[in-house]
Design a protein around this ligand. Sequence first.
Ligand SMILES: Cc1cc2nc3c(=O)[nH]c(=O)nc-3n(C[C@H](O)[C@H](O)[C@H](O)COP(=O)(O)OP(=O)(O)OC[C@H]3O[C@@H](n4cnc5c(N)ncnc54)[C@H](O)[C@@H]3O)c2cc1C
Ligand code: FES
Ligand code: FES
Length: 1332
Amino acid sequence: MEHKKNFISCPVCKTSHVTPLNTRNDGVFASTCENCGHFFKFRSIAPYKSSITFSVNGKQVTVGTEYSSSATLNDFLRQSRLSMGTKVFCKQGGCGICIVVAKMTLNPNGTPVTANINSCLCPLFVCDGWEITTIEGLGSTKTTMHKIQSTLSSFGGTQCGYCSPGHVMNMYGLMQQYPNLTKQDTEDNFEGNLCRCTGYRPILDAMKSLVPATPPDIEDLSTKLCKTTGQPCASRSDNCGGGCSSHGDPRSIQMVFGDTRWEKATDLANLYQILSQTSGQKVRLLGANTGTGYFYEEAIQNFDVVIDISGVPELYVNTHDAQTKTFTLGGCLTLTDLMNIFKREASKVGGNPNFKELKKYLYRVASSPIRNRGTWSGNLMLKNKHHSFPSDIFNIMTVVGASLTIGQTPQSVVICDAFYKTDMTGKCLSKATFKEFGPNDVVACFKVMPRSQNCLAHVNGAFRCAVDKVHGYLVTSRPIISIGGISDTFHRATATEQYLYGKQLSSPATISGALTALAAEVIPTDAVGLTSASYRKTVACALLYKFFLRVLGDSASYQYRSAADVLHDIRPLSSGVQTYDTNKQEWPLNEPLKKLEADRQCTGEAEYTDDLPAYPGQLYASFVTSTEANATVQSINSDEALKIAGVVKVLTSFDIPQGATNDVQPPSSFSKELEPEELFSSGKVMYYGQSLALVIAESQDAADQGARAVKVTYNSIQTPVITIDDAIAAKTYFKKPLPDITFGTPDQAIASAPHQLNGTFATQEQMHFHMETHASVCVPTEDGFDIVTTTQWPDGIQQAVSTVTGIQKSNIDVSVKRLGGAYGGKITRNNIVAAACALAAKLTNRPVRARQTIQTNLRMMGRRFPHKFVYRVGFDDNGKLLGIDMKIYEGQGYLPNEDSASFFFAFIDNAYYCANWKLSVEAMRTNTPMNTSCRAPVSTPAVLAIENMMEKVARSLNKDPATVKQLNFYKEGQRTLVGEVLTHCNIRAVMTELMTSAQVNTRQSLFTFFNKDNRWKKKSLAVVPVKFALSWAYSMYTVTVSVHGRDGSVSVSHGAVEMGQGLNTKVAQVVAYELGIPIDHVTVKTTSSTMSANNNTTGGSVTSEECCKGAIQCCKEVTANMKPVKDKMVNPTWLDLVDKCYYDNIVLSARYSVAGILPENGGDIIAYYSYGAACSEVELDVLTGEYQINRVDIVYDCGESLNPAVDIGQVEGSFVMGLGYSLTEEIAYDPKTGKMFNNDTWGYHPPTNKDIPVDFRISLLKNAPNPSGVLRSKASGEPPLNTACSTFFALRNCIEEARKDAGQTGEFDFQPPATIEKVQMACLVDPSQFAI
Ligand SMILES: Cc1cc2nc3c(=O)[nH]c(=O)nc-3n(C[C@H](O)[C@H](O)[C@H](O)COP(=O)(O)OP(=O)(O)OC[C@H]3O[C@@H](n4cnc5c(N)ncnc54)[C@H](O)[C@@H]3O)c2cc1C
Ligand code: FES
Ligand code: FES
């Protein structure tokens, strides 16, 4: 029997009965008739669904309330293990590693849309009826790889591989969405995918190579036809049973979760019915939920009722009425829909060009996967709820003059100005209408943001006016000026609009009058975390000025015209050239092979720590961290946390077992003067974000909730010491890391020099920003632990875990397969996470897993050390250095770590010889996390500082910096600051090649004309040479090579960690070369503390070559063992030889430990130097401070590269990480609490793919074998990073040109990072100079 409308009738007596509550769900139930006593069964089909059905790679899945209402598609894919290739990092839509492709049936009356989306922001319960394709659905190394996967792999587009599935899926989605995708579209639509390793160039090249030739590939994805529809199958999965959700159940959804009710509205009437039933409750209309990415308060779990409006057909209206010339757009249209509409209108014959401008503006809003889901109405609602939100869509809707319809009946219609203040409680924004542009309308839109893409604006603006060109650009209707990013209350420059109406824009008086009016009404809010009020005010004026120049076009004077352009809008497609030598005779040595893991990374099969399956009984952990930076903990109260279902325990410092110590800092060869680093603070809190306690629970959700519920009180709260200047003032010095060094007679040399200069220079911290956050899985064994963890240093983990648990090292087995990025951030910082898990595992005797959120990761873990340099320098008339006196202050954080400051003497001289040096280094304590090595530690700030000094020396003499630098280059035989005599110095060869190939002098002279002709645009270039010291002294890596009998395959184990640098590939190449076998015979195994004990950390660029060295020795030993057998055979094949040895019991394994000789035991500190030089050309928009790197040329001395493809990848990737350090990556603290603001993808800005050079040329120095290197090679992971500061100096030159135009010619101080705010402010932009 079927039941409908909650009544059933007895099949015997026909009496009607109300169904019991649980039969509101689908199912088969039994009942007894209360009237006649007849027992019968009935099938219940509820009017609503209480579960959803969709498909993943062709496999149908049904999910219900076993997941929470706030679960995302990403949570589901990973928890169900249907897609472990889909990664997670930010949960903000800011990194793209979670991208999947969805075929979505949104508009019930429309056709399904297929697009790339961020699974981390997509609520699970909106996916009903969707078809999801994940990286596993494309292809696999075990079957066939998809073309996108194999192309990314073969182009070297993957290093650590953590971002690779996201890149592949983004491209797959684009190709599905745009059948005629162009190279330009491709480059424009990768703004939502971050990569910290590669520098993007190979990724972009790979993706662009796929268009336009390959679109049919997408259709060819599968030759299988769907068993249900007969259409091509969306999945490649062999087990697709035709269960795609498109054949699903059309009923609406009603679900009741713990404390949230979920409804899916079917039409506008139904929506308003639900709204009326839920008045008084906290109700959330759900568009695409992307707003949660920025505003956490919008998260689903914060509401009583969630109403999914994506199935309301009225909200998809999309019409253009030719008669009334009116567009009507429903509230559920996405930003991509809006873009397509503008694109369509612009491309019509006689289409209005203003639509093109709007489309261009939309390209700078969010990212392609966010635009594919986010609706314009959701965006406006964010503005409605959070007035300070610098919404770009608000600008667009304002400038088109949209009328917004709110409600059902009666509807109210408001314009944007009024909407902004409308109380929207219980209401729906249903549509927008606006008229076509008039023929005289001119629209211009601008967005000034911290980097080129995927950021919210510092200031944005949309401007419109109708002008009569013939009559002096007379403004014939009231203009619209919408400006965001100013304050909660300001968004429309009404006074300026009023002023302009009826005036002629060709009159300079109108321009200055309008700018004065705007300056009077724009009053920006000043707050920590925002750019300064004065910056935003001048930018607002500058945008209006740009608009005027747009309107005036060629009527403006020629030197001002170029200011109308936005650099990002005219950026050409990027390209790259890679030049290197390779000797086929030596292959597989020196062969540009793709990395061993590349294919598995591109198919999502490469497994990272948090991809491990959950162990039976596994618990999850979440840290409780401090919200003060300099205080004492008064109490930690866990009562509320322990009441949360699933919370098992809360650990604090009192839980450290007897005999163990609350200290995770391992003693090591590179950190000699250590203080204990507490796992959980025992009282004193030293930085905001410090670990205080650990909540352990049955699920990650419960652990996170528990961590939020733990109450901590503090006393003795004091002002934190944040900056180095604070520390100098507070005299918080650590023990001096390095005795002062004096070479020659610096004081006399400086005093008697013809010229002297002095100055200070400061360099900031930098986040490592590895996208795999710290994670650890600890399984208790019968005598200790098995630990899989994200460390660069397994031995350090053994030490830390042993100290806090009291278990001896030999019972702690640590293994690491690979890391999703590290850059130094996983040398010692994982100790906290691994030790906490181990302690929890010991105390519960259950496996424990922890994975840091992006926020905890960035706030808790240390960063690149910040520095202050105070110097005096004496030099002659040509700029020859005569004496240098430099004092360096290093900000260590709250504890000293890794002894980095003591290595300054190896780097501070860079490529320059000076006979008289005084160097003094101080280490300062600050109330910030314990800082830690970051790619090219010490050398990066050192090179920036010394280059800054060299540039100043040259400028003071009015000489070309490159010439002065070359004059001071080291010569062979000169003694460096380390004290040894320099040999095989290639700096001159490198520099000569660069100066010629980059045509440095010719290009520089052309810029003189450009800068003269363009008042508000400037171009310049700068050259930075680098000498980089590589040390083997601290190495300790054990390598084991085993040849396996019967098939001749070879396995290699080493004590280092593969984290994207290509270490395993180089080792495999060397082994293949030494044994004379094909490389596919060689496998490199997971790093294990048992196979290779006591190994040093992986870092300092040299680990690859050290492991290669060990592998060579092992191969030699195995070859020697085999030799007597081989000598008795005639030209045996490898297999025959191995077979014979195997049966003769020949030892086919060898182990070798590469152990450096410490300097104190007579070893050399420096093994050799590598050399490089870069020339960077930048272009600056003076008015806003935005810039573009037009071209970069790098020549790098990699010796005889072991693998040029890998080494070029290292050069590019490290250069782009250096760009971030020099330009965009800034950290800001609250001076009162010590809270660091930039702990997510909104606040912290690593470069994206359009921040890289437009033209990127890398050349490895030819004919430069390294006599001291392993197989004549040199390292490549770190040194090239230091050349990236050439962009900083090129920008500084541009600023100098702008200042000259502003009437200022004197020297000025400029410190990195060169954020656009700092750049613009340094240019002394003054609206009174905005002439036409
Ligand atoms: C990574 C990222 C980058 C971004 N970059 C930019 C940017 O550069 N510029 C910019 O302007 N924006 C940016 N955004 C914001 C983005 O445009 C919005 O998140 C999106 O447009 C919101 O649409 P949604 O459908 O997801 O709304 P939701 O997140 O579902 O909803 C947002 C709010 O609107 C309410 N709501 C939704 N629809 C309606 C309706 N029809 N009627 C009444 N209330 C409704 C919801 O209840 C909620 O309060 C970015 C967002 C992300 C995640
Ligand atoms: S995890 Fe989804 S965008 Fe970062
Ligand atoms: S390869 Fe892109 S983040 Fe490592």
